[in-house]
Design a protein around this ligand. Structure first.
Ligand SMILES: C[S@@+](CC[C@H](N)C(=O)[O-])C[C@H]1O[C@@H](n2cnc3c(N)ncnc32)[C@H](O)[C@@H]1O
Length: 213
């Protein structure tokens, strides 16, 4: 994420019910137990400041939204934002998405996985750290329900190309399918902070969608 300082959190807002530490979940913990009612589950990987979760949990009250974010300060901020908006259907977990998927998400338990602007790891020797890797793609395919969707967006053309190739090579997910976006660009039409930043700076954004049959 960028180096900008996050806004101050209002100490009167208790966000403890919206944030869990992955390392503290007991084995066999059911992710749906985080929410007041079981509903179709959407998972966002690397939620940053939580804009997507805040807008989508309001737009789709009959889905549950889980954000997994490795950076403490962003996980905390996103949870605070969801608590402030009183979103019962959105929660944050602080930890590594790869561990969450392999240990806590069961087969065919998720209707959508969202990966928006994952860290690019520019240097060739660091690319193995990218989240869109073969093992993680297999985990995504496993947890998606038939008909479920993977959304993968990035501003890095080379990551987009190799990421889509990896998804096709490591899974049976169908795609990439184009994503149509509205030409009208108001604040509410940006899915994430990174998308807003890229488009405000006239940078291209590459968007793809894959389906599990
Ligand atoms: C470039 S930022 C994009 C944030 C947000 N998706 C957006 O579009 O504004 C990538 C985020 O992914 C998080 N991240 C990186 N690796 C992760 C992992 N293994 N598990 C969970 N989050 C991760 C980073 O801490 C960072 O907040």
């Amino acid at each position: 994420m960028g180096r900008r300082i996050l806004p101050k959190l209002d100490p009167a807002i208790d966000y403890s019910g919206h944030l869990r530490e992955l390392a503290e979940l007991e084995e066999g913990f059911s992710i749906q137990a985080l929410f007041p009612s079981p509903q179709p589950l959407e998972v966002e990987v690397g939620s940053g400041k939580g804009l997507f979760l805040a807008t989508q949990s309001e737009a789709s009250p009959h889905h549950n939204f889980l954000g997994i974010e490795i950076a403490k300060k962003y996980a905390r901020f996103a949870a605070y934002r969801l608590a402030k908006a009183q979103r019962a259907n959105a929660r944050m977990i602080r930890g590594d998405a790869q561990v969450l998927f392999s240990k806590f998400l069961s087969e065919a338990s998720v209707v959508a996985v969202h990966i928006y602007f994952p860290d690019p790891w520019w240097k060739a020797r660091h690319r193995k750290r990218r989240i869109v890797n073969e093992n993680f793609v297999r985990q995504i395919e496993r947890v998606l329900q038939p008909g479920g969707t993977l959304h993968f967006w990035t501003d890095v053309h080379e990551y987009f190309e190799t990421g889509c190739q990896t998804i096709r090579a490591a899974s049976q997910l169908a795609g990439p399918h184009d994503v149509r976006i509205s030409e009208e660009r108001g604040e509410h039409t940006f899915r994430t902070h990174f998308e807003r930043r890229m488009l405000n700076n006239s940078q291209p954004v590459y968007r793809s969608q894959f389906y599990k049959s």
